[in-house]
Write a protein that binds this ligand. Structure first.
Ligand code: LLP
Length: 434
């Protein structure tokens, strides 16, 4: 097998041939050297991989009215946002904090869509003043609140209703969002009435319709089903005299962590455009909110092996490879039983053993990989692959562990984009009592 194709994140992630040292490289930079220079745990991203993932959507949408809004919950570090802003991308935000990040990164606020089931009045006002592109509204009460906030400010809020299309995205229950039993969106059966209500409120202006059916989706079928359900509604709403400009199909396209074979973004876009055309809606602006598929395979998490702790495997024990990254740095395995690739940054000649790769946090759920065959020794650096999405943004300070540093690679350049958090910063806001 071609060594590059075997690594998720190829061609930006590749391993030198064994005869040439077998070093793992991201965008040409040896990861072991970066670990040495910046310390571990360390997130390392390839700007080239991010740009290329975005271009896959943008190229397929060329010539059509469209906007790609990066779902920044996947990775909201300022330099990541800057990368997408410079490429003309908009942003899907879910909090006032995310809006502030877009502003700090120089993003275009007129390309921001504001999603989320529980926006506060303060967040609504902040986004209205900032002039965001639209609010993805998830309930009738939210329409009323937004209307009141907009009228108070003497503004009109552009709204798109997030409809729950009740389609099964076929993914993990925690990240499936478009089924009747999920908290998200307005039920399909209630949507027409909600549009009539929205159109009657003077502080609102209806601009679109949207949905988001889940995450790590590996087929195009659920998207096409959801689009059909949205277009049925668009037709009913427009027949009632309410114009709908854009259709937002959400995010959710999966990536390869192990053997998943999600459709390429270009294929997904082509199929959706084809369906829009076939149903006579080709003139509509199409919005996407991809998160994971823009950044997931553009990043790795580097971690050093602290201790090898062999167990009595013959008696049901386990061999533990204890590393300096933990569930507080990358919670996906603990939270979703997610499988993420683990690769040594330099290859050893010694035979491989089966290890559970675990962190130092005091929880049995603190693991990064079970039963991995690795040739390792203490001091070696391992790379947790596909760590660009939902790694840093979901990290915490559990066990009073400072959050990791982050590095952005851009061709020959290496940028430290986030300094390692200091322990002092962790309790700087705390006070002893008198
Ligand atoms: N739009 C909305 C309204 C969303 O809720 C999400 C993700 C996205 C877009 C982007 O979805 P993506 O393209 O990244 O799949 N922490 C989980 C994933 C949670 C996804 C939540 N919503 C994980 O690590 O797998």
């Amino acid at each position: 097998m071609n060594a590059e194709a075997a690594l998720p994140g190829a061609p930006f992630l590749a391993r030198d041939l064994p005869g040439e040292g077998g070093r793992l490289r991201l965008e040409g930079h040896a990861l072991a050297d970066l670990a040495q220079r910046f310390g571990t745990p360390l997130f390392v991203y390839s700007r080239g991989a991010m740009r290329s993932a975005l271009a896959a959507y943008q190229d397929a949408l060329r010539g059509r009215a469209h906007l790609v809004c990066y779902a920044m919950k996947a990775n909201s570090s300022l330099a990541v946002l800057q990368t997408f802003a410079q490429a003309g991308c908009g942003f899907d935000i879910v909090s006032g904090g995310e809006l502030a990040r877009v502003q700090a990164a120089g993003g275009d606020l007129s390309k921001v869509v504001f999603s989320g089931v529980g926006k506060t009045r303060a967040e609504m006002a902040q986004a209205l003043r900032a002039g965001v592109r639209c609010f993805n509204v998830e309930s009738e009460p939210e329409l009323d609140t937004l209307n009141a906030v907009a009228l108070d400010l003497g503004l009109r809020a552009p709204v798109s209703l997030r409809v729950n299309p009740d389609v099964d995205a076929g993914t993990h229950p925690y990240i499936s969002t478009g089924l009747k039993g999920n908290k998200f969106g307005i039920a399909h059966a209630d949507a027409l009435a909600a549009y009539r209500h929205a159109a009657s409120l003077p502080g609102l202006r209806v601009v679109g319709i949207d949905c988001h059916i889940g995450s790590q989706i590996t087929q195009t079928g659920p998207y096409l089903d959801a689009l059909d359900r949205l277009l049925d509604l668009v037709e009913a709403v427009e027949a009632a005299g309410i114009a709908i400009h854009h259709v937002d199909v959400g995010g959710g396209l999966g990536i390869t962590y192990t053997d998943e074979q999600p459709p390429a973004a270009g294929l997904l876009v082509a199929e959706l455009l084809h369906r829009l055309d076939a149903r006579g809606h080709g003139h509509r602006e199409l919005l996407f909110e991809p998160g994971r598929s823009l950044v997931g395979n553009a990043g790795v998490l580097l971690t050093e092996v602290l201790v090898l702790k062999p167990g009595h495997v013959e008696d049901g024990g386990k061999n533990f490879c204890i590393v300096d990254a933990a569930m507080n740095d990358m919670v996906r395995p603990a939270m979703y039983q997610a499988w993420m690739g683990i690769e040594p940054c330099e290859q050893r000649a010694c035979p491989a053993t089966t290890w559970d790769v675990v962190g130092p946090v005091c929880e049995s759920g603190d693991w990064l990989g079970h039963d991995r065959s690795l040739a390792v020794a203490p001091g070696d650096v391992l790379a947790l692959l596909s760590a660009g999405a939902y790694g840093m943004t979901m990290s915490s300070n559990y066990n009073t562990r400072p959050r990791a540093a982050e590095v952005m690679l851009d061709g020959a350049q290496v940028h430290l984009i986030r300094e390692r958090e200091s322990v002092a910063a962790l309790f700087a806001n705390e006070r002893l009592t008198a």
